[in-house]
Design a protein around this ligand. Sequence first.
Ligand SMILES: Nc1ncnc2c1ncn2[C@@H]1O[C@H](COP(=O)(O)OP(=O)(O)OP(=O)(O)O)[C@@H](O)[C@H]1O
Length: 337
Amino acid sequence: MERATDYPPSGKSVIDLKRLTKRYGGHTAVNGLNLTIERGEIFGLLGPNGAGKTTTILMMLGLTEPTDGTARVCGLDPARQSLEVKRRVGYMPDDIGFYDDRTALDNLMFTASLNGLNAQEGRRRALELLDRVGLGEAAGKKAGTFSRGMRQRLGIADVLIKKPEVVILDEPTLGIDPEGVRELLQLIREMSRNEGLTVLLSSHHLHQVQQICDRVGLFVRGELIACGDVASLARQLDEDGSVTVEIEASCWTEALTERLKSLDGFIGSGSPVRLPGHPEEASRASFVFGSDQTSDAAKLVIESGARLHAIRRKQYGLDDIYHRYFEGGGSHERNNR
Ligand SMILES: Nc1ncnc2c1ncn2[C@@H]1O[C@H](COP(=O)(O)OP(=O)(O)OP(=O)(O)O)[C@@H](O)[C@H]1O
C-alpha cells in the first residue's frame, strides 16, 4: 500500500497546539492536547466518534474558545484573530452545504466573491479548480444533482478558491464508495504536494487515511494517545520488546500447543484457528514471547510431527494498531490476540 513519506519537512510549524483543552460543563472533550504540524505535511487526526476531533478543529479555527491551553495556526491565535485565520485556512466541514439549485460553477463563484475575488477572476479560478477536481464536465450542473463523492470534490475546490495555506477536512471520505475514497484521497495528496499545502484531515478510518498521511495522531476520549507514521506507531506497540510468532501447521495437537507455551519467555497465545479451504486442513495460531522464539518454535512444531506450512515473526499492521488503540480503547492487554 502506498504511503506518503516525501513531504518536505521545513522545520516550520504551521499548527502548534499546546495543552489545548475544551470542557463542556463537567465533560472534557479535549484534554491537554500537544500537537505540532509542519508546513506541507498531511496529518491525519484519527479517532472514533466523539473522540474530540471536531472540537479540536473548531478551536483551531476560532469557532469555539479553548477552556485552557493555546492554539497557533499560521502563527496566529484563532481565539483572537479568527478572521485572519479564516483567510488563510480552508475548512471543509463533514456536513458541507451548497446551494443545491445553483450550478457547481455558480457555487464556487459565490465563494470566490465572498473571498474578495472579482467576477472575472472568480470564474477563472472556479473553472480551473473544477477541472483539477475532475468536475470540469459538471461545471454547469446543479449541485443538488451531485453524488456524495462529487459534492466532496466540489467541497475541495470550494476550500481552495481562496488559495489557503492550510486545509482542514473533517471526515472528507464519509459516505463515499471505496473507489471514490481512493480518488478523493489521491486528489488531496496531489493538491498538497503541488501547492505545498498543509493538510489536516480527521477520520475514523485508519486504513483510508494512512494511504496519504505523512503522520497520524490517534485520538481517543479527548487525548492524543499515539502520534507518528504508521511504522513508528507499530514500534510503539512493540515497545515492551515482546515478539508475536504466527504459526500455520496441519496435524496440530493439544500437546504441541502446550510445548509452545513452555518455551522461554512465553506471555500469551490464541487458540489455533482452522484456515478455510486449506488442502491439508491447516490451522493458524499466534504466540507472544518476551524475546524472539521463532526458530525454537519451528523446531518444536517439526519435532511434534505436525506439518509446518508457515512460521513468521508478526509485523504489526494497521489492523493491530486499530484494534489495540480504538477497539481496545487504548488498552494494552496483550494476550489472546
Ligand atoms: N457544544 C457541545 N456541548 C456539549 N458537549 C459537546 C459539544 N460539542 C461536542 N461535545 C461533546 O464533546 C465530545 C467530543 O465531540 P466531537 O464532536 O469533537 O468528537 P469527534 O471526534 O469529532 O466525533 P464525531 O466523529 O462523532 O464528530 C463528545 O462527547 C461530544 O458529545
